[in-house]
Design a protein around this ligand. Structure first.
Ligand code: PEP
Length: 256
């Protein structure tokens, strides 16, 4: 497998500028010798630029947690992909389940954001995943199919190869309940088979499909060894620098 594991920390609405700079400076020291893992941190918007400055010339990259699809204009409260790129971020999380559930995001808005992110030179981390009800009704694959098909409509095969898809079962986010490694592998393999069908084998092989949902130092190893699990989107556990560094380290060791 040629995909390098990618571990991204989603801090949600946690950490001030001060806390962010301290964290990034310490983390870059802890992971400076780690090769073969892409490390990404997603602080709140206010800390994006300080995080990028603190991570400059290191193996830690920065992501925004959301964006708006227009470049500029009368959109009070919104931030564009162009602004995020200029602040020093290279990635942007799009369509996180909290954005879908609490802020009305849909596959259509996800699609507009994914297209705009690529146009601005950002790598989207596009989040998909089923709710517990949907899983229990046996609708998981249908839900994932709609999220992939509609969310990635109009994206070229070349860009699919650069994309990161985060499979995050909603029932596993922030609940302490992780999908089993078999459940994760099954969903990831399904997503990759659809990418192969809709965008071609090369794009499907190059696209990172990472797992999110209560990932911790003690469960990353079981997940990362699955052939279609290419890394993790880590929420709560990424707030603790030692825990996050351990997840990064274990991803590399397991992948080798
Ligand atoms: C997330 O926020 O994407 C996430 C997976 O959160 P947690 O790891 O806390 O479940």
């Amino acid at each position: 497998m040629s995909r390098i594991p990618l571990i991204a920390g989603n801090w949600k609405m946690f950490k001030t500028v001060d806390e962010t700079v301290k964290y990034v400076k310490e983390l870059r020291g802890l992971v400076k010798d780690i090769q073969g893992v892409e490390i990404v941190l997603a602080p709140p918007f206010t800390a994006l630029h300080p995080a990028a400055e603190a991570a400059r010339n290191s193996n830690v990259a920065v992501a925004a947690q959301d964006m708006f699809w227009e470049r500029e204009g009368a959109f009070t409260g919104e931030i564009s992909a162009h602004m995020i790129r200029e602040a020093g971020a290279e990635f942007v999380i799009i369509g996180h389940s909290e954005r879908r559930t609490l802020f009305g995001e849909t596959n259509t808005t996800v699609n507009r954001k994914v297209l705009a992110a690529f146009a601005a030179g950002l790598v989207p981390i596009a989040c998909i995943g089923e709710t517990l009800d949907q899983r229990e009704r046996g609708e998981t694959f249908d839900v994932l199919d709609r999220q992939v098909q509609q969310g990635l409509d109009g994206v070229s095969a070349e860009r699919i190869g650069q994309l990161v898809i985060a499979y995050e079962p909603v029932w596993a986010i922030g609940t302490g309940r992780t999908a089993t490694s078999d459940q994760a592998q099954e969903a990831h393999a399904h997503i990759r088979s659809r990418l192969r069908q809709w965008f071609g084998p090369e794009a499907a092989e190059a696209c990172h499909v990472i797992y999110g949902g209560s990932v911790k130092p003690d469960n990353i190893r079981d997940l990362i060894v699955q052939p279609d699990v290419d890394g993790a989107l880590v929420g709560g556990a990424s707030l603790d620098i030692r825990g996050f560094a351990e997840i990064v380290t274990k991803s590399r060791a397991s992948a080798a």
